[in-house]
Design a protein around this ligand. Structure first.
Ligand code: G6P
Ligand code: ZN
Length: 544
């Protein structure tokens, strides 16, 4: 085998965002773009000679091309072995599990999550460390710094490996093992959940629809739901991964899963609907006549986790990202366990999970997960919900209402303004930030008194690191909040996210329309930040 050192010139834009490097395929397919970034990752790691690297992705367009390149670069750099999912497929949580289970040094997760795929769509590369979770900022910053000065990368003059053939092959001196993407993950799920109870649920006629959105969870859902758990064939829809997600937008929200939502709101519809995103880490949960917001889902799963065998001893604590509603905080308080508020991005949960400070984590962006891996996990959330429904023998709607009657309801919505001019968006945030010191104590809008107003800074209690400027929070004395931040995952212009929350006590009104319940706060937020006026947009691009 000949190791080749190829000269290259840096790209200036390889800065990993909330979740790795995400760009258009047209950007990734520029000469040496993938090579530069992968070599920059390896240059930022220590002691990888002879170690195991996991590689897998969500099957989107360019997945196979990038995998073949990464394998050659790994071989030239001296990795001992690469574990790669068959046909290049590994859902993000499954990749996390493989890294942990086989004690790999880390892994390359190739995905742009819920963003559209195809030649004109998005692609992404993320490095995960040995605990199975996304690399911390210390590493992603080193990768970016390296990418700005890189002048060569290493590769080998070897052909492509056969990604379809499960088993062992060699690239130069390095072993490449193509593995079944589903088997280890399914075994892990079996250790966490009461599969007997869920089998019983399906056997009793419980009807479910799971939309895999032509993305990576198709094979997992077919094997686990219809295979092991005995749900009727046809339970899983759009279950074959497609490089362009069948020209769809694999984001499991009420916009892209509207058909499913409508179905669940009809009397003849199924009892339970769920979906997952491009790479399998997000989830959407809809019961008959009841959409469960991700923030509520986190609180509900935490409150009921003990009903699943994997969590029967109780949970150590809960973590949520800052913009996620405070519904889970009330559960933590009642259980007398730790509650942590972190910046947006799953990577911030890693330390807390590793230190056993928390067991369950979640984000408003439809991510929930636990200490079983170090990524959020779409199917895990679906299976935990099924486990809870099977044991409580209640509908999703009943379980949600019971929860509100115990803890109160946090009305919650997110308004996104997508593809806003970056200059305008940055100025808007800067101006609001500058106004924050004057806000506390003021009475605004309809009698809302500002309790605090700041730009969220996170102090990691485990490693002592600090992450500043994580989003503007304006909290009111009645528990309401306005949060505003710029998305770290967009690929074009800036996405402005406005998060609004209002608390209604346990004996309060739980049946208001969410947008109406939050209307005064929405108006106040616009008044404070001037979103409409500055962006020229009359309404958000997406409301979740
Ligand atoms: C990805 C990350 C999440 C994050 C979400 C939204 O899914 O894995 O941790 O919450 O993106 O991030 P953004 O920066 O776009 O709000
Ligand atoms: Zn995702």
């Amino acid at each position: 085998m000949t190791i080749q050192t190829i000269k290259t010139t840096p790209y200036g834009d390889q800065k990993p965002g909330t979740s790795g490097l995400r760009k258009r395929v047209t950007v990734f397919s520029q000469p040496n773009y993938v090579e530069n970034f992968v070599q920059s990752i390896f240059d930022s790691l220590e002691d990888f000679a002879g170690k195991v690297l996991v590689i897998g992705g969500d099957g989107r367009f360019y997945n196979d091309v990038a995998i073949q390149k990464a394998i050659r670069i790994a071989a030239a750099n001296g990795f001992g072995k690469v574990l790669v999912g068959q046909n290049g497929i590994l859902s993000t949580p499954a990749a996390s599990n493989i890294i942990r289970h086989y004690k790999a040094l880390g892994g390359l997760v190739l995905s742009a999550s819920h963003n559209p795929g195809g030649p004109e769509g998005d692609f992404g590369i993320k490095y995960n460390i040995g605990n199975g979770g996304p690399a911390p900022e210390k590493i992603t910053e080193a990768v970016y710094a390296r990418s700005k000065v890189i002048d060569s990368y290493k590769t080998v003059d070897a052909g492509d490996i056969d990604l379809a053939a499960v088993g062992t092959q060699k690239v130069g001196d390095m072993v490449v093992e193509v593995i079944d993407p589903v088997a280890d993950y399914a075994r892990l799920m079996e250790t966490l959940f009461d599969f007997e109870a869920i089998r019983g649920l399906f056997a009793s006629g419980f009807r479910m629809t799971f939309d895999a959105m032509s993305a990576v969870t198709g094979p997992y859902a077919h094997a686990i739901l219809e295979g092991i758990l005995g749900a009727p064939k046809g339970t899983v829809v759009n279950g074959t991964p497609s490089p362009s997600f069948n020209n769809g937008h694999p984001d499991p929200n009420l916009v892209y899963c509207k058909d499913m939502y409508d179905l669940l709101m009809t009397p003849e519809g199924p009892d339970f609907g769920a979906a997952s995103d491009g790479d399998g880490d997000r989830n959407l949960i809809i019961g008959k006549n009841r959409f469960v917001t991700p923030s509520d889902s986190l609180a509900l799963l935490a409150a009921n986790a003990h009903l699943a065998p994997g969590y029967k001893g109780g949970i150590a604590g809960i973590a949520r990202s800052m913009p996620t509603s405070a519904a889970a905080d009330r559960v933590a308080e009642k259980l007398g366990i730790e509650m942590h508020e972190t910046p947006t991005g799953w990577k911030f949960f890693g330390n807390l999970l590793d230190a056993s400070r928390v067991t369950i984590c979640g984000e408003e962006s439809a991510g929930t997960g636990s200490n079983h891996v170090r990524e959020k996990d779409g199917l895990w959330a679906v299976l935990l919900w099924l486990n809870i429904v099977a044991v409580r023998k209640q509908s999703v709607d009943e379980i949600v209402r019971d929860h509100w009657a115990t803890y109160g309801r946090n009305y919650y919505t997110r308004h996104d303004y997508e593809e806003v001019d970056a200059g305008i968006a940055n100025k808007l945030v800067d101006d609001l930030r500058a106004a924050l010191p004057g806000l506390p104590g003021q009475i605004l809008g309809d009698d809302l008194q500002v309790a605090y107003a700041d730009d969220f800074t996170y102090h990691d209690p485990v490693d002592g690191s600090t992450s500043a400027k994580q989003g503007i929070r304006i909290g009111f004395t009645d528990g309401s909040r306005i949060v505003l931040r710029l998305s770290g995952t967009g690929t074009v212009g800036a996405t402005l996210r406005l998060y609004l929350e209002r608390y209604e006590a346990a004996d309060g009104r739980h049946d208001l329309d969410t947008q109406l319940a939050l209307a005064p706060l929405i108006a106040l937020a616009d008044q404070l930040a001037g979103v409409r006026q500055r962006t020229g947009r009359q309404e958000p691009s997406v409301i979740t």
